[in-house]
Design a protein around this ligand. Structure first.
Ligand code: F0G
Length: 363
């Protein structure tokens, strides 16, 4: 079941045209879009039944490059183009790289991406290469990549499009608008995975702006979840060597640290940690029970919601939205490793063999 998202009378035009009045663009801004946003809000029957709440998944895998990053990239790249940039740079755990490469190549800008060597999922490497990026693998983690990217943008003619660029958060806040537009109200709680902490900050901006404009009365509490081995916002300390199988959120010193703390505190929310095991179990359950295959980092929100529910911290009757941030096909190795036993049975092209393999008994 999908929440109502409007009349369906006209095709979705991408987040800049759909939310132009809420974004820092002008009539002169050249709009670089791949039709991002307008993603489905899908009810999770399993999570709703278990928690006795109404739980909805905001499926951000349905963006053009398979993650929520496209919402921010349409605004950041359009703005860079307007300002006369010819090359753009970002540090990334993979998804920002893929998105940035697609949008900047489309705009005729040169994409340079810095990624942690050997620590990004193969699907994301493939995307960055296919979209035409110069892929620079740095010996170090995401935090080192971001330091180098900032320095490059300072000393060379390249424009930085990480979420420290405010245009990114402007675009990403449209996901909060879409949730309210679909539910015709704010949820009580919004749940989101946290890495470099831009997205939780963007959601808070979006919900708050709608509340300030009188579109909703009370913005939701934001519940953010980090991976246990990369949880600086939980410990309050920079993590020097962050480690998690959820490589997308392997970040030890989030750029939007203060904004994320503000989002947590002003919304009356929490930022907590979940283990890799909890994340991978949530990833598998989402695929098997809801038909929604996300990458590991994307399942951190669901893992966190379940952990809070198990601890008796989820009151029945709430409306809860959970952002699942990126597509499962980006990182199939981690998913299949956890799934374990191979479920494929090889047979000849023979009805009896196929029936036996499927445990079917003739009627
Ligand atoms: N989920 C996925 C799939 C991500 O790729 C990211 C961040 C997050 C969650 C966390 O969002 O950083 O705004 O708190 N990926 C960044 C990247 C770091 O480079 O692609 P955040």
């Amino acid at each position: 079941m999908t929440a109502p998202t409007g009349t369906g009378a006209s095709p979705w035009r991408g987040v800049i045209e759909e939310y132009r009045d809420w974004l820092p663009v002008s009539a002169e801004t050249p709009v670089v879009t791949l039709g991002e946003g307008g993603t489905p809000l899908v009810e999770s029957g399993w999570l709703s039944a278990k928690t006795r709440c109404s739980v909805w998944l905001k499926v951000e895998a349905n963006n053009p490059t398979g993650s929520f990053k496209d919402r921010g990239m349409t605004v950041a790249v359009s703005s860079a183009l307007e300002q006369g940039a010819t090359a753009v740079v970002c540090a990334s755990t993979g998804n920002t790289a893929a998105s940035m490469a697609a949008y900047s190549s489309r705009a005729g800008l040169r994409p340079l991406v810095l990624v942690p060597h050997g620590k990004i999922a193969p699907g994301k490497v493939a995307q960055a290469i296919m979209y035409g990026a110069r892929l620079i693998a740095v010996r170090g983690g995401f935090d080192s990549c971001l330091e180098v990217a900032r320095a490059l943008a300072k000393d060379y003619p390249v424009s930085l499009v990480n979420s420290v660029n405010p245009m990114r958060l402007e675009g990403q806040k449209t996901a909060a608008f879409e949730i309210v537009d679909a539910l015709h109200d704010c949820p009580d709680v919004h749940v989101v995975p946290v890495g470099n902490a831009g997205n939780i900050s963007a959601y808070w901006k979006g919900f708050r702006e709608y509340a300030e404009a009188g579109r909703v009365s009370t913005p939701p509490a934001l519940w953010g979840f980090q991976a246990e081995g990369a949880a600086p916002l939980v410990s309050g300390q920079v993590v020097r060597d962050p480690e998690t199988l959820a490589t997308a959120i392997r970040v030890g010193n989030p750029a939007s640290w203060l904004l994320a703390e503000a989002a947590r505190d002003e919304s009356g929310g929490v930022i907590e940690a979940v283990s890799d095991r909890q994340i991978l179990q949530a990833q598998q359950d989402l695929a098997v029970r809801d038909g929604v295959f996300v990458e590991p980092a994307s399942a951190a929100g669901v893992a966190g919601l379940l952990a809070r529910w198990a601890a008796g911290k989820v009151r029945p009757g709430l409306t809860i939205t959970v952002t699942v941030t990126g597509h499962g096909l980006k990182d199939i190795d981690t998913a299949l490793d956890f799934r374990g036993a191979v479920t494929e049975v090889v047979v000849d092209a023979d009805v009896d063999q196929a029936a036996a393999a499927a445990d079917l008994v003739s009627a």
